[in-house]
Design a protein around this ligand. Structure first.
Ligand SMILES: NC(=O)c1ccc[n+]([C@@H]2O[C@H](COP(=O)([O-])OP(=O)(O)OC[C@H]3O[C@@H](n4cnc5c(N)ncnc54)[C@H](O)[C@@H]3O)[C@@H](O)[C@H]2O)c1
Length: 361
């Protein structure tokens, strides 16, 4: 039976808030998926056209599900995902996989123990430009990767901080809210990070929480990288401005979030402009540079993520973002925060190993 003829994967959504509702819209539009139920303790006047439950447990007991999409508060992610895996359901779990690396280890163990099918919702990885850029790095289209630089900066409205108290204190800053996405993509594109250094500042807003960070990275493969982020500075630079993914951000075509530099070519992402010297003459810094755009078929990341999840739920493919993979992104963000607090370089594998040893003792 072809994928088109297969019956749709029946999905229950846990958490019908800002993100859950968006996912419900994507499920309605996806031929391979069907919305079977919604679980949320807060009653809503919206009719989602399916069964409604107050808890994930009630929804599971109600039966008729193949898979669950979890978009409840972060603190509930691990317990909800384990409950669904134990019921034999495939899981698409919104990011972050857990509130911290220590907690995520419980989920990593559960996936292994139950042979579970679980995809973590780092949706940007499903953007066609990311798949193409990753292939360019892996297949040596840039030569050997030398370095990467990235930037995300946008000025959040003052009410973001006055209206939501936790945004003003540790954990609510640009590092955990925004940089987490970029570090995940940098790992995906350039490989595991061996070492990280960081500077952070709160001078622009004068709040307890950091508003601006500067990171230095060393990747396992030897490349080095830098990433600058601020939620206090106006800029056209960053993933959100360079893609049409988030309607709340202005879209600037041909925008750049990351610049990858290799020994034979450079690539900016997500506009996929590839720069190389003219091969017909000596290829060095005085040679003419040419620019070509790598072609990709446009596709929304969330829609592509859902299509992939349908395949994961059917057991046809391995998840692009496993619990372990997403846990490593979380550990890297924690390592960056530690580096910023202490002013010291953090050895990332050692940092993870210390947490694993403490948790699994
Ligand atoms: N991928 C992305 O870019 C992206 C963007 C925003 C949010 N998120 C993630 O999505 C998740 C939800 O965030 P949000 O912004 O939609 O938050 P939200 O507060 O708008 O929605 C959370 C929903 O969960 C419900 N809920 C609370 N306790 C529950 C329980 N025990 N069982 C079931 N539902 C429960 C709430 O009533 C609410 O409707 C978070 O993990 C967040 O990190 C991801």
């Amino acid at each position: 039976m072809s994928a088109v003829e297969a019956p749709p994967v029946r999905i229950g959504v846990v958490g019908a808030g800002f993100m859950g509702r968006q996912h419900i819209g994507f499920i309605h539009d996806a031929p391979g998926a069907a919305l079977a139920a919604v679980a949320d303790p807060v009653p809503t006047r919206d009719a989602f056209g399916c069964a409604a439950f107050a808890t994930a447990s009630d929804m599971i007991d109600g039966g008729g599900l193949d898979a669950v999409l979890i978009a409840n508060p972060n603190v509930l992610h691990v317990d909800t995902a384990i409950e669904c895996l134990e019921a034999g359901l495939a899981v698409l779990l919104e990011k972050p996989v857990a509130v911290d690396y220590a907690q995520s280890l419980r989920l990593v163990d559960a996936v292994a123990r139950l042979n579970g099918r679980l995809l973590v919702g780092h949706h940007r990885r499903h953007h066609p430009a990311i798949a193409r850029a990753r292939a360019a790095v892996r297949d040596g289209e840039l030569g050997r990767l030398v370095a990467v630089s990235g930037l995300w900066s946008a000025r959040k409205e003052d009410e973001y901080f006055t209206g939501t108290p936790w945004h003003r204190s540790s954990g609510g800053g640009v590092m955990l809210i925004n940089v987490v996405h970029d570090l995940d993509l940098l790992r995906h594109l350039c490989g595991e990070v061996a070492e990280i250094q960081a500077l952070q500042s709160s001078h622009a807003r004068g709040l307890e929480v950091e508003d601006t960070v500067s990171l230095s990275l060393r990747f396992d493969g030897g490349a080095v990288g830098s990433f600058l982020a601020s939620d206090a500075g106006v800029s056209p630079w960053g993933w959100d401005q360079a893609t049409e993914e988030t309607p709340a951000f202005p879209f600037l075509p041909d925008g750049v979030a990351y610049r990858l530099v290799g020994t034979s070519a450079a690539l900016s992402v997500p506009n996929l402009a590839r720069y190389s010297y003219d091969p017909s003459v000596a290829a060095d810094w005085h040679s003419p540079l040419s620019r070509t755009y790598l072609p990709v078929r446009p596709r929304g990341s969330f829609q592509a993520q859902l299509d992939h999840f349908v395949d994961v739920a059917r057991g046809d493919v391995e998840p692009l973002v496993t619990a372990e993979d997403a846990a490593h992104t979380l550990a890297l963000v924690e390592a960056a925060a530690l580096a910023a607090r202490t002013g010291r370089a953090v050895d990332v594998p050692q940092f993870r190993a210390a947490i694993e040893a403490a948790e699994r003792r």
